[in-house]
Write a protein that binds this ligand. Structure first.
Ligand code: SAH
Length: 353
């Protein structure tokens, strides 16, 4: 039996119709799930007991008896600006998801698209144990719904970033339907422009997303201003090359009108010199783009370090002087291992001990 969140609306309509339930019953159920944060059929009190029982018999239920497949393993940082949850799916695999609040009253969910990652970026904790599997549509949605349910009743998520573990462009068949649901007016109804998908830069995926006519924001993890350095720290670049990534990004901008964000993590003694900044400015000059500078968040097992505040400021200043729009973003929640993949690894290490 399927989990309800894994099914597209048309399949759900068919199931409801096969069960002799009118279409408005499905609307009621969707309202409970997306607007009222209720994931237990038994608590959907405007459905008769019979209808609730029928639904519970025709969809898979999680260990807690709800329609969510996952189990909440840990929830950390609840008093902080960043909260993190670790979810375990029925096959025993875990993913992490983060809720970020900022002083502009943004409440942002950051979700994973894969268990592990095959991109192998040398500075990142997510890929250290390789790739395990893609998440399903429902598993992506569950992360969003569970993070939203952490908020007080009067608040809801205002933004979604697909920047957790995994490479989103390699799981578009699950990701695009999940995003369609979360942006649909009878789903969670989040605006397209408040959804950002972050990619290592896979041209085919970027173009597929452009062709889907869903103008989400696109962020590209550039991290280096030339192919020699980028291929060293983002191995995927060996197969693609920066110019091909930029060409796909230009196509995305043309197709959607959305300004592309280039993410650039600043790693000490690696990609953060004045020369790197000038090289980056030359690469991006003339493009409608913005650079997000992110001081590297140190990972215990890895040798890379965060640069000094002065280095970060100098890098930003050089870009600005060269006419490039730039924002410095501090990764919130380093106290809760919020950098990709760190919580899942810590949890697995504890299990193995
Ligand atoms: N695969 C996608 C999305 C997941 S990673 C991508 O590459 O964009 C989300 C972002 O976090 C990427 O920019 C990634 O390079 C960055 N990141 C990974 N580990 C980090 C760390 N320790 N500190 C800061 N940023 C990190």
């Amino acid at each position: 039996m399927p989990f309800l969140l894994d099914l597209p609306t048309r399949d759900l309509e068919q199931i409801f119709s096969d069960l002799n339930l009118p279409a408005w019953r499905l609307k009621q159920v969707r309202r409970w799930i997306f607007a009222r944060r209720t994931f237990d059929f038994n608590a959907m009190t405007d459905l008769s007991k019979d209808v609730r029982a029928t639904l519970a018999q025709h969809f898979s239920l999680g260990r807690d008896g709800s329609l969510l497949s996952s189990r909440l393993v840990t929830h950390t940082g609840s008093s902080d600006a960043a909260e993190k949850i670790l979810l375990e799916f029925p096959d025993g695999h875990c993913v992490e998801s983060v809720l970020l609040r900022d002083d502009r009253d943004h409440r942002t969910a950051c979700v994973s698209t894969q268990v592990g990652c095959q991109m192998g970026c040398v500075f990142c904790a997510s890929g250290m144990d390789g790739f395990i599997r893609n998440l399903t549509r429902g598993e992506i949605l569950e992360q969003i719904l569970r993070l939203n349910a952490l908020l007080p009743d009067a608040e809801r998520l205002t933004h979604l970033v697909v920047m957790g573990t995994g490479e989103p462009m390699l799981n578009l068949p699950a990701l695009l339907p999940a995003l369609a649901e979360i942006t649909s007016s009878d789903g969670f109804d989040l605006a397209n422009r408040r959804v950002t998908v972050s990619t290592v830069g896979i041209p085919d995926g970027i173009r597929a997303m452009a062709a889907a006519h869903v103008p989400y924001k696109l962020a590209i993890s550039l991290h280096a201003p030339n192919d020699v350095l980028r291929s060293e720290i983002v191995p995927q670049n060996r197969h693609v090359g920066i110019q091909n990534v930029l060409a796909a990004s230009d196509d995305y901008f043309r197709a959607t009108g959305r300004r592309v964000t280039f993410e650039y993590i600043l790693i000490d003694q690696c990609n953060s010199s004045r020369t790197h900044a000038l090289e980056l400015a030359n690469l991006l000059r003339g493009r409608t783009a913005i650079v997000n500078l992110i001081p590297y968040n140190a990972v215990a097992e890895l040798p890379y370090k965060t640069p000094s505040a002065a280095t970060v400021a100098q890098f930003a200043r050089v870009l600005e002087e060269e006419g490039i729009q730039v924002k410095v973003r501090f990764r919130k929640g380093d106290k809760i291992d919020a950098a990709c993949g760190q919580l899942r690894r810590a949890f697995r290490a504890r299990q193995e001990n």
